[in-house]
Design a protein around this ligand. Structure first.
Ligand code: FES
Ligand SMILES: [Fe+2]
Length: 384
């Protein structure tokens, strides 16, 4: 993150009052429980945000070599993107043109020089062009349908890969990031090394996973026996970028920085810098590494999470143990303290006995995230 940007963000914090109350949002927000539990709303979210909109597939450094791929499912559409020999990426629906069997089965991997369907062996170039139907003895020669895999839109920039599952309509990454590209570009995400990704499933609406990370207000209470002493629970530094936003959690000792001359101020050692790339991803810059959360909604009350950790350079064996421990700790705190609470919240909201939730002025990214979602759904409806 550029030095001037770090100083600018810290200046806002320094001038925000004894309890950082100047960092609060202008007004609180009430959101109906149905935003989390209504199947009809959920279906609209999937269509508008996950099928029609661009979503983050992953980081460029997860698929650096020709044949490397990443796959996911978006509003039920199985898709994958694959690195080509010339370094570009193509993305396709993960379904064979014969009878729709998947071409790749893992979340990530390498296909070599061609894609071979596991069902009857149809073989495609890595860009999805049909190359052969082995041993079919001309049995498909009378079929006039196109036989190449269905292409979808993909775009790569700033070390980020976006796809649009529902169509080939081009993706403008700058427009998608809506201003966050300045910070995200400065992190040089393409230079990192992917260490590990772990997958879990949770009984909650997908938005509750993201809600978990929006505010630091809960740290003092929910994490009182683990991370609370090290972190500030009074505020986050927040900024909106279109539908996206950044929420920067702070170390408890952040005020120490204000004793230095301003031109030496640095936010990086004190900040957990979290970019919410709506709808499905959270990119987190920590002092010495990157974390990435990706979501796959599986139902109105069920979500799959992929949690990844990335190091600034290829790790030694010792470093690998360090990064693995880091990921262990992250998943231990979220998996035993945050997400079980969020699952209980989902159950309460789904019971029908709780009509709404309140996002206070101390939780500005939460207000931004849900307002942006509500606006996006209303806009899609108006344009329908
Ligand atoms: S479904 Fe792929 S070859 Fe038959
Ligand atoms: Fe938490």
């Amino acid at each position: 993150m550029r030095r001037e940007r770090q100083i600018e963000l810290l200046e806002r914090l320094a001038g925000s009052g004894q309890h950082f109350e100047g960092m609060h949002a202008e007004r609180s927000m009430v959101n109906p429980a149905s935003a989390y539990t209504d199947p009809e709303r959920y279906a609209r979210e999937l269509r508008v945000l996950f099928r029609d909109g661009p979503t983050l597939l992953g980081l460029s450094c997860e698929m650096p070599n020709p044949g490397d791929y990443l796959s996911t499912t978006l509003d039920g559409i199985p898709i994958f993107a694959i690195r080509q020999a010339d370094g570009t990426i193509e993305a396709m629906v993960n379904a064979c043109r014969h009878r729709a069997a998947p071409l790749v089965s893992a979340r990530a991997g390498n296909v070599g020089r061609s894609l071979v369907c596991n069902y009857h062996g149809w073989t495609y170039d890595t860009d999805g062009t049909l190359r052969a139907r082995p041993l079919s003895a001309g049995a498909f020669d009378d079929v006039t349908l196109p036989c190449n895999l269905h292409r979808i839109a993909v775009a790569e920039r700033y070390g980020l890969i976006f796809v649009r599952a529902g169509s080939n309509e081009p993706i403008d990454v700058d427009q998608t990031l809506a201003g966050a590209e300045d910070d995200l570009g400065s992190f040089r995400l393409d230079t990192y090394t992917h260490i590990e990704t772990r997958t879990n499933e949770w009984n909650m609406n997908w938005k509750l996973i993201l809600d978990t990370f929006t505010e630091s207000y809960h740290i003092r209470w929910l994490h009182k026996n683990t991370i609370a002493p090290a972190f500030n629970s009074d505020c986050v530094i927040y900024e909106g970028f279109g539908r996206n936003c950044v929420s920067i959690g702070l170390r408890a000792n952040v005020r120490d920085e204000f004793t230095k001359p301003k031109e030496e101020w640095s936010l990086i050692p004190y900040g957990t810098i979290q970019y919410f790339l709506v709808p499905n991803a959270l990119v987190v810059h920590q002092l010495d590494h990157i974390e990435l959360w990706r979501l796959e909604p599986l139902g109105v009350g069920r979500v799959r999470t992929h949690t990844s950790i990335f190091a600034p350079e290829p790790p030694s064996e010792k470093a690998l143990r360090y990064w693995t421990k880091n990921l262990d700790l992250l998943l231990q705190v979220t998996g035993t303290e945050d997400f079980p609470t969020m699952e209980r919240i989902h159950s309460a909201l789904a019971s029908g006995a709780v009509p709404e939730v309140v996002y206070g002025r101390i939780e500005p990214p939460l207000i931004h995230f849900h307002s942006a979602l509500n606006d996006a759904l209303a806009e899609a409806e108006a344009n329908a």
